[in-house]
Design a protein. Sequence first.
Length: 243
Amino acid sequence: MTTLTPAPVSHLRRAVVSVIIVAFALAAIGGIVVLLGAELGETALRVIGTTAVVGAFSVAVLCCAALLGRRLQTIGVVGTVVSVVAAALVVWTVWYQGDDGSVWEVVSKVTGTAATLSAALALASLLLLLADRRRAAVRRGLIVTLGLFAVVTALILVLIWAPDAVDDRVFPRVLGIAGILAALGAVVVPVLSLLMPDNRPGTLSPIAVARLEDEAHRRGLTPDALVDTLLAASAAPPSQEER
């Protein structure tokens, strides 16, 4: 799987963050204006609900965007799109005033599905930042946790689309156990990655990284640009005087 080059990734991340900041700022301003009004009517509550929705799904988009430029960036892109669609659907349901029960039932199920997938992909994107770790315990824990995420997501989707087929005694217990184990894995795997760092031969020490960053700052370059400059200089053919 190919990854984006650093420059486009940087621009894309800035664009995503800028859109999120602008959208949330507008929603927040609207919420504050409403709260400063005389009374909290139905419209005011909907404005406040819209602000909360935009804020919640902005976090989901940021989590998914963290994978941009990495090996598994496709999942991040899919998660970003799903989160945006889910936010739009939830905002639409907040403002919907129709009386058609059949339409509302279908829309509510689609909205619940999109919101569930958005949350699952956001959490999975954060965990997939550890996908390159070499420790067996971290990799196995990551696989198990992602599998539990998939199970919990599937069970919630069954609950949304086929509630009549759910066993009221067994299903809640299975969903609860899977959810607890998934939450446990989401905490344990990152902790393991901190307690069991990779032993990669040939990697730069923190001191070397700090020296590169300091020198790059002194020259007015980014660390990557400094490394490119130094490598290009070392690969250049020797001058006539050096010969």
